[in-house]
Write a protein that binds this ligand. Structure first.
Ligand code: ATP
Length: 264
């Protein structure tokens, strides 16, 4: 299942945050979305998830046009996202957070709850089984009873990815999964993302960590002031003079070299 963003333009008042950006996020690939702070990456993500209605352009999943401003429809179509700051129920356990990530649980419907109790119990057992398998996969099996708020930042990010897997999202938008995460957990994230790609999921990865981008991405799209200035394989893009110029004009704390240091 692929994601296509066509001719996206988003304005905030007089400011154009994203200017006629088109982007394909194919199934079975990891597509990077990079650019200096304020270049429009989150705005693209917000338009793709349907929480933001663009001034122009359209979003398609598996060639089906999505109606802007209807995030519920977008989620049902199989798209899920994580955030720079993980959104979790911090006072629930890791396992409870995962269970909350499952969609279409029959126990949520009063009719099923009262008149089809066996079906509800069977569904709950299968959801719990899936949650255990996902816990293993994200490396948090030993933490199932830990409160989500007590996990490290990196573990919280792994948990939010696990929640997307609970709802079996086929298109994953990941917002800076490596930011503030220790190098050992970044390695776990990389292995997880490679396996998700190999399963045929489409992944859009927003990340300042250029080491992670180079290792993982099949292609990279670079934004600068809302404009797409380059798109291609990571090596070619990093040698592109417009990309170099764009990053050279960044503040030192945003520059890719710093992210690479954090990665090493
Ligand atoms: N809700 C909003 N209202 C007004 N301006 C906004 C809004 N959201 C974003 N912007 C502006 O749009 C531009 C693009 O912002 P955006 O957050 O998409 O960039 P970004 O590349 O994700 O940045 P960062 O790397 O810091 O997360 C910025 O100039 C920002 O100030």
């Amino acid at each position: 299942m692929s994601l296509k963003i066509k001719n996206l333009t988003v304005r905030f008042g007089g400011q154009t945050a994203v200017d006629d950006v088109s982007l394909d996020v194919p199934a079975g690939q990891i597509t990077g979305l990079v650019g200096p702070n304020g270049s429009g990456k989150s705005t693209v993500m917000n338009a793709a998830t349907g929480v933001l209605v663009p001034d122009r352009g359209s979003i398609h999943i598996k060639d089906k046009l999505l109606h802007p401003g209807r995030p519920g429809d977008t989620a049902r179509a199989g798209l899920g996202r994580t955030f720079q700051i993980p959104r979790l129920a911090r006072r629930l356990t890791v396992f409870q957070n995962l269970l909350a990530g499952a969609r279409d649980q029959p126990g949520e419907q009063l009719f099923s709850l009262f008149f089809r109790p066996r079906r509800v119990a069977d569904a709950e057992r299968s959801i719990e089984k899936r949650a255990h398998a996902i816990l293993k996969r994200i490396g948090l099996a030993a933490k199932l009873n830990t409160l989500a708020g007590e996990l490290s930042g990196g573990q919280q990010k792994l948990l939010t990815m696990g929640m997307l897997l609970m709802s079996d999202c086929k298109v994953l938008l990941l917002d800076e999964p490596a930011a503030g995460v220790n190098p050992a957990l970044i390695e776990e994230q990389i292995l997880l993302l490679q396996s998700l790609r190999d399963e045929g999921r489409a992944i859009l990865l927003v990340e300042h960590n250029m080491g992670m981008i180079s290792r993982l991405c099949d292609s990279v799209c670079v934004l600068d002031s809302g404009i797409k200035i380059a798109h291609g394989d990571p090596e070619t893009v990093q040698r592109d003079p417009r990309v170099i110029a764009s990053y050279l004009s960044m503040q030192p704390e945003q520059a890719p070299a710093k992210s690479q240091e954090a990665h090493q």
